[in-house]
Write a protein that binds this ligand. Sequence first.
Ligand SMILES: [Zn+2]
Length: 266
Amino acid sequence: MCPDHDHAHPIAVNVSDSAEPGPAPAANLIEELVISNHILFDQGVVDAFGHVSVRHNARPDHFLLARNMAPGRVTPADVVEFTLDGEAVNAGGRKVYLERFIHGEIYRKRPDVMAVVHSHSHAIVPLSVVKGVRLQAIFHMAGFVGQGAPVFEIREAGGDATDLLISNNHLGRALADKFVGHDIVLMRGHGSTVVGSSLPQAVYRAVYAEINARYQLQASLLGEVTYLTEGESRTCIQNVEGQVQRPWDLWVEQARAKRSVQHTKS
Ligand SMILES: [Zn+2]
């Protein structure tokens, strides 16, 4: 961190509840968000950092995101409602994620997006920093990656002395602009953000983007790589990603089983 600079800020922040509460979100949406946090941890997409959000079912100008904590530990009581500006409705004095602006600005930019995953998953980061190399769809599970995922360069919007975090709406908007025509954006020296039309789809994409990145690194060590064409990507999104419920049901079952065992032991 850089405490001597004007732009220094903690990564967990206190906010006052400045937005008016409206209709409560559906209980099953909160449950789905909680289990998404657990799955992303179980699948190695997030560790103690990273976050997942969902658009409010009754208020499209609000979204739900856990308070500042490790995703693997989130419970329904930890879910906080925010406006697209990142103002909290019911934080109640609890610390929230600094980078909530990623979520709000993407929901504003892309009305079709219902869920957002931000992570620093391990194989993605190298692909965010090498000049002339882009993350590209390499296998049928990851058609959504496309033929060259954009890389967000924070220096263009925030100068050359940031901590690389999306710490305000200005930076959030600059990132969200990259999502026009793309469902995954890499963030240089930081990680990636993936969007979907539901939590299961966004989680699926975050998991398979990481696997795609790993395969791309491995394949390029072996020799020249053949990537999916645009047409193959499109067909795979329709046919393979259409099966998102299959891995989702498995992951949900695993996440529940794992945590019920832990509860029994404690
Ligand atoms: Zn981050």
